[in-house]
Design a binder for this molecule. Structure first.
Ligand SMILES: O=C(O)CC[C@@H](O)C(=O)O
Ligand SMILES: [Zn+2]
Length: 542
């Protein structure tokens, strides 16, 4: 079979919808506001200092009940100070026009994009420079004011919004690219740069970001690094722990740590920047990063394939690694339950015949003919051996985007299905789908849908469960069952999303008590007054 025959045979794309833009819309606009409008106002007694400044329509209050009201188990508020008139005067002097108390603006910053966690902050600060962040933290540390660092607010574990009245420190205005070296491919930029803007900037210069996520239109690089986000290209380019070469971080005391080196190799003592990667803003606020970027591949192909069983999917993966080798850049999957939700809620069209599992394979290389030949041989092999029953291939940009959007928009489709319980699990590859099947059987008709998708190439399953509305009994049935199951196979209960507020108390399923104790010591050393992103990452006890 020739490449063209194969393409014609496989290509049965039937007018797929546009790429994932709705995600971006959801994050930036009204749904969060609409939900908050249903929250009863005057949730508590407002702090005296702010009464005079408050607009009459505010839902603001002490807010100690907001997360409790939403059914989130949160610890009691730590004895932080409350923002006073004097504090406000200090911030207004430091950040004129960027010290925000407008309740309408604060609403969107107080709630996560899934609308599952809600804080009651009354103050949003928008620094533009590292020095401003340093002055804010020094002041907050002295005054014992808690601070919630916030990037694009696209996190999935409640780590990016306040729990009570923490001051929100947004990095959105820290969005400058500081330098880019064409030879080494190292970009240095401020933390608030939106991932997609960085990608566009680099693509114009024939490079790409080593990281790609469904939330790229809103998420910011500082937040990506703070959560050690994985995404769709990790299989090829590795995690941010490898591609981040340098960081600039402001500690709780206001001290600025400048590790903004651009060296590939540096074994001079402990690699301190690693402490901040994945620490979810609990140890310091990342203000700038330098990242090693790969060259933009000259040829990109995407194959969307169907498999009748998970076993066959894994065999396809093995074959794929062997035959595609260095040009393989992604191997992702979704199950048929995900496909049904995409069809039902987003009206996406399945481009191939119905199957139990769907795979998205991407190749990225420097020689189109060479890559085509390899992909052709691989597709021929998996079809001849009946590992794959149907498929389609895209080489043009628009079709590549359309195929990718099927995988990228699963999260969005789930949000339309009801309340979503999200689990982000690392497991040995052969166990990944067994968890979904066991969970389906175990929950029976208690759940509306139990679906599995994720990054097969990285051993990372996204197990998502939906119910008509938030159901405490269902959550208690799922947890700790899902974590015990994961621990039995020595998996991780958070592969790439972090622990945030929602998963902090389950850390023991993946980490020994000694490790957790050491984490607490490190936290105490770097942030003795616990002002940075309190109630997140570390467990309440133990
Ligand atoms: O929504 C989720 O559970 C996963 C989101 C993201 O990590 C993805 O891989 O699509
Ligand atoms: Zn993911």
């Amino acid at each position: 079979m020739l490449w063209t025959d194969l393409m014609m045979g496989l290509n049965r794309l039937r007018g797929l919808g546009p790429p994932a833009t709705l995600w971006r819309l959801c994050l930036q606009c009204s749904p969060a506001v609409a939900m908050l409008d249903r929250v009863p106002s005057a949730l508590g007694v407002p702090p005296l200092g702010l009464v005079a400044l408050r607009l009459s329509r505010g839902i603001h209050g002490r807010g100690d009940q907001t997360n409790h009201a939403a059914g989130n188990r949160v610890p009691c508020r730590f004895p932080f100070s409350r923002v006073s008139k004097q504090d406000l005067a200090f911030f207004e002097n430091l950040l004129p026009g960027r010290t925000i108390v407008d309740p309408d603006v604060l609403m969107t910053h107080n709630v996560d994009w899934m609308k599952s966690v809600r804080g009651s902050s009354e103050l949003l600060l928008r620094p533009q420079t590292t020095e401003e962040v340093s002055k804010i933290l020094k002041y907050c540390c002295e005054r014992r004011l808690a601070v919630n660092p916030q990037g694009g607010n696209t996190g999935l574990v409640g780590g990016s919004v306040p729990v009570y009245d923490e001051i929100i420190l947004s990095t959105s205005l820290m969005n400058q690219i500081l330098s880019f070296d064409q030879v080494s491919g190292i970009i240095t930029c401020q933390a608030g740069c939106v991932l997609e803007n960085l990608s566009n900037y680099l693509e114009e210069r024939d490079f790409i970001m080593p990281l790609d996520l469904g939330a790229k239109g809103s998420c910011q690089i500082g937040g990506n690094v703070a959560t050690n986000a994985g995404g769709l290209r990790l299989l090829r380019y590795g995690s941010l722990r490898g591609t981040v070469l340098g960081l600039e971080v402001v500690l709780a005391s206001g001290k600025i740590l400048n590790f903004l080196t651009a060296l590939r190799k540096d074994n001079t003592g402990y690699d301190l920047k690693q402490l901040f990667i994945g620490s979810e803003g609990t140890l310091g606020i990342i203000t700038a990063v330098s990242i090693l970027c790969p060259r933009r591949p000259r040829a990109v192909n995407v194959a969307f394939l169907g498999c009748s069983s998970y076993k066959k999917l894994l065999e396809t993966f093995q074959c794929c690694r062997g035959m595609l080798g260095e040009i393989l850049s992604a191997f992702e999957f979704l199950d048929s339950a995900c496909m049904k939700l995409l069809e039902k809620h987003l009206k996406l069209i399945n481009p191939i015949a119905e199957n139990s599992f769907y795979i998205v394979i991407e190749t990225a290389g420097s020689n189109a003919d060479h890559d085509k030949e390899k992909l052709h041989n691989f597709l021929e092999a998996v079809m001849a051996s009946f590992l794959v029953t149907d498929g389609t291939v895209a080489t043009e940009d628009a079709k590549i985007k359309a195929l990718w959007s099927i995988r990228e928009r699963v999260t969005e489709a789930l949000t339309h299905d009801g309340y979503t319980y999200k689990y982000d699990i690392s497991l040995p590859l052969e166990k990944i789908y067994q968890l979904v099947e066991d969970m389906r059987e175990y929950l029976g008709d208690k759940a509306k849908n139990v679906v599995g998708y994720g990054h097969v190439g990285d051993g990372n399953l996204h197990l998502n469960i939906t119910s008509h509305s938030k159901d405490q009994a269902l959550q208690e049935a799922i947890e700790p069952y899902v974590y015990e199951w994961t621990a039995r196979y020595r998996g991780s209960i958070s592969a790439e999303h972090g622990l945030g507020l929602k998963k902090r108390n389950y850390i023991h399923f993946s980490k020994h008590p000694e490790a957790v104790a050491l984490m607490k010591d490190i936290k105490h050393m770097l942030d003795p007054h616990r002002i940075l992103n309190p109630y997140k990452t570390l467990p309440d006890q133990g």
